[in-house]
Design a binder for this molecule. Structure first.
Ligand SMILES: [Ca+2]
Ligand SMILES: [Ca+2]
Length: 752
């Protein structure tokens, strides 16, 4: 008999013993899993699973085996899918309609299905749109009270069935799902200002990679305020710099940390329910709360096993266990320091990370829009850990694109070593008993070495490793593999909500919603905006995103070869090569006065050509950006998806003129001016040449363009602009071989 078989029997017997006994259902275990800081303590007996989870790290720590089979062999409380309503949407423009669809819920069985709807920026759902008696065939809902070019957030709650879990008074099931569904939802042109904090050593050693990161972030609609800081700078000093930016700049929305800048610690918490792991945990949320009161005067917590978690008054670790006020800013960190399991240096790991980050945003790597999960922790009396995967992934990738990897280790599965798993998974979820560098059923930190996979967003849950500022930490490990996963987070305590990403929001947006998802009361079943069956640990200071918060789910290829010129006083001409993306509808052009400043949209409507004239620029150094746009279809409907903008600059001076002096000899006449729509254009070309005649509107959009080869003699056209809007137009006449000079100065006329 092998050692593993022996261990299996030992553990199996232990668990059987527990499951047939009430001796462990004592208040201490109720406390372990239930009583997080802001939650009510339950006097009801706690379920056996609490005990099993507690045992896991002990066995794993000493014996180092995969216990997922063992745990699953015990049977689960419920199928964790039952806790998540897996929503998707099909939309129609005319007449406008959103049809929600979901997978049937069977536990209970349920008594009712309720549909709620709200606007994105409100927190309350108000009264439901509809409440229907539950039937197993009720798996869709049509909303006809919608308009196109809009998006709506929905919640579907299916519940009222019976559950035997004693925690769920009055023993009623309650499954929920969320979706942000759009009918051609508008493009997101501006996302606000992002404060980029770079650790000094990385600033030098990764200079060009960080420049590319900044260009990509700017190209996604962010302004950037950058600081390089030392590792030794305190969290108080860093926070002070952030606060200064927040108050002196308008529209600051996010903080992104590169490297091992000071890690704030806060609270007296144990979200993984281990008494020996209680105390202060890493709390980057400290950097994202602009007006809450953070104190270091009251907490004394010194009974934990790990000195890093000890917290006493005046030691620089904050008292707060829950965030003292809602976070104003999105926050995330790319910290790849102290990861010796990967033989590469921190600098090389960062270079690898930023290279993948860039390639993903350029849509130059092939992403499989599907998810893989390995679910080694059972539901724990309705606390559905993997429900986080089902609930979020249905609106993002579709409920039919979710693969359960089974009892195998997830890391080699993702690396494509199993049938059908080649090509990777955009989303990954894994749960299992944990230590700082291990998640049972998923693998060890060291397992990520040499097993590249194509995943982008991951979420893992298990004991210990949510406390991430530790050598070879498992939560940071996926970001260190090569090529790396781009984000990771410790989901389930609390539950996370990523559904807005289906229509173009970035993962930092979802992170902040999750961090701010505030309870209405001490009732652990009641949250406000995103209510989930047994949402433990919400508002805790430990909720954090590892990786680049600006990341999104869908990127399209950018434009290339942007050339900017000034053919005349009044005109800045932009030309570019089209995006190679299939299905690009057109382009938007933006202008700013500084490289990473506020880019204003110049084109009110989308351009269909690859040329733009800016007639409104003033003198000085100007930065221009061009972004392609595509109508993206996702399991949440459709939205206008902007590619990363490409930028270049030009110095505009009104004393420079490049007009060829043939103008007067053309004998140009444009009449009537103003006109009501039909205008006549007449001029004469003396010397045979290829010419282009173009009319643009005041926004630079091309209204009319005609190229004529080997033209000589009189040019005469009557052009119908009666379907165009009223306003000022500009006529341009130039030789086809170059747009850098004109045959006549730009000629303005008006339509009334
Ligand atoms: Ca303290
Ligand atoms: Ca606040």
């Amino acid at each position: 008999m092998s050692f593993e078989h022996l261990l299996f029997i030992v553990i199996n017997n232990r668990f059987k013993h527990i499951s047939h006994s009430h001796r462990f259902q004592t208040p201490i275990y109720v406390n372990m899993l239930c009583r997080n800081i802001n939650q009510a303590t339950h006097s009801a007996p706690f379920h056996k699973r609490a005990r099993i989870i507690h045992w896991l790290p002990v066995f794993v720590l000493f014996f180092g085996v995969n216990l997922s089979n063992v745990i699953l062999a015990q049977g689960t409380d419920i199928d964790q899918q039952q806790i998540a309503v897996q929503l998707s949407a099909v939309v129609q423009v005319s007449p406008p309609k959103i049809t929600l669809r979901w997978k049937d819920i069977t536990w209970g069985p349920p008594a009712y299905t309720k549909i709620y709807r709200k606007a994105k920026n409100t927190s309350s759902w108000g009264n439901y749109l509809d409440s229907l008696p539950y039937t197993s065939s009720l798996t869709s809902y049509e909303d006809l009270n919608v308009v196109a070019d809009s998006a709506y957030e929905y919640r579907v709650t299916i519940g009222g069935g019976y559950t035997s879990c004693p925690l769920n008074a009055p023993n009623q099931t309650n499954s929920g799902g969320y979706i942000y569904a759009g009918i051609n939802a508008p493009a997101i042109h501006r996302r606000g200002a992002l404060i980029l904090l770079v650790e000094n050593n990385l600033s030098d050693s990764c200079a060009s990679e960080i420049k590319t990161l900044m260009d990509d972030i700017r190209g996604d609609g962010w302004q950037i305020i950058r600081h390089n800081f030392s590792k030794t700078m305190t969290d108080v000093s860093i926070k002070s710099a952030i606060l200064n930016d927040y108050t002196t700049h308008t529209n600051v929305k996010a903080v992104l940390i590169l490297g091992h800048l000071a890690v704030p610690y806060s609270g007296d918490i144990k979200p993984d329910a281990h008494p020996e792991h209680q105390g202060a945990w890493p709390a980057d949320v400290f950097y994202a709360d602009m007006d809450g009161e953070w104190t270091d005067t009251s907490v004394t917590s010194i009974n934990g096993t790990y000195a890093a978690n000890h917290n006493i008054p005046g030691d620089g670790k904050w008292d707060q266990s829950i965030i003292p006020s809602a976070l104003e800013l999105q926050i995330s960190r790319i910290d790849l320091s102290d990861m010796p399991a990967f033989s590469s240096s921190e600098v090389q790991l960062m270079k690898n990370y930023l290279a993948k980050d860039h390639a993903y945003k350029m849509h130059s790597i092939n992403i499989r829009h599907r998810g893989a999960l390995n679910d080694a922790l059972p539901a724990n009396c309705g606390e559905g850990y993997s429900a986080n995967a089902y609930r979020n992934w249905a609106p993002l990738i579709g409920k039919d694109s979710i693969t359960v990897s089974g009892y195998e280790y997830l890391i080699p599965f993702m690396a494509g070593t199993y049938p059908g798993s080649a090509g990777g998974y955009q989303w990954v979820y894994g749960s299992g008993g944990g230590t700082f560098d291990h998640c049972a059923g998923i693998g060890y930190t060291s397992d990520f070495v040499g097993k590249p996979n194509n995943s982008i967003f991951s979420m893992y849950f298990g004991s210990y490793f949510g406390d991430w500022n530790v050598q070879n930490n498992f939560l940071r490990a996926p970001l260190c593999q090569n090529p790396p996963t781009l984000t990771n987070c410790w989901v389930s305590r609390p539950n996370w909500f990523f559904h807005h990403m289906a229509l173009g929001e970035n993962i930092g947006y979802s992170t902040r919603l999750t961090q701010n998802n505030r309870k209405l009361s001490q009732d652990p079943f009641q949250d406000t905006t995103y209510s989930v069956f047994q949402n433990r640990s919400s508002l805790l200071v430990s909720v954090a995103l590892m990786g680049d918060l600006t990341l999104r789910t869908d990127y399209i290829k950018p434009i290339s070869n942007l050339v900017i010129s000034t053919p005349s006083n009044n005109d800045v001409l932009l030309q570019w090569a089209a995006s190679a993306e299939t299905g690009v509808l057109g382009y938007y052009v933006y202008r700013a006065d500084s490289a990473y400043g506020d880019y204003q949209l110049l084109t009110g409507t989308m351009l269909s050509s690859s040329t733009y004239h800016d007639l409104s620029a003033t003198d000085g150094l100007k930065y221009y950006m061009v972004r392609p746009v595509k109508l993206q279809t996702t399991p949440s409907g459709t939205y206008y998806n902007l590619g990363i903008g490409i930028t270049d600059s030009i110095n505009i001076s009104s004393t420079v003129s490049a007009i060829e002096d043939e103008g007067s000899s053309l004998g140009l006449s444009v009449y009537p001016n103003p006109s009501s729509g039909h205008i006549n254009i007449n001029f004469t070309i003396q010397k045979s040449q290829n010419i282009i005649v173009e009319i643009i509107d005041i926004q630079g959009k091309t209204i009319f363009m005609e190229k004529t080869n080997q033209f000589q003699g009189e040019y005469s056209r009557n052009i119908d602009l009666s379907n165009e809007h009223n306003g000022i137009y500009c006529l341009l006449i130039y030789p086809a071989h170059t747009r850098l000079s004109y045959l006549h100065p730009p000629h303005f006329f008006e339509k009334l």
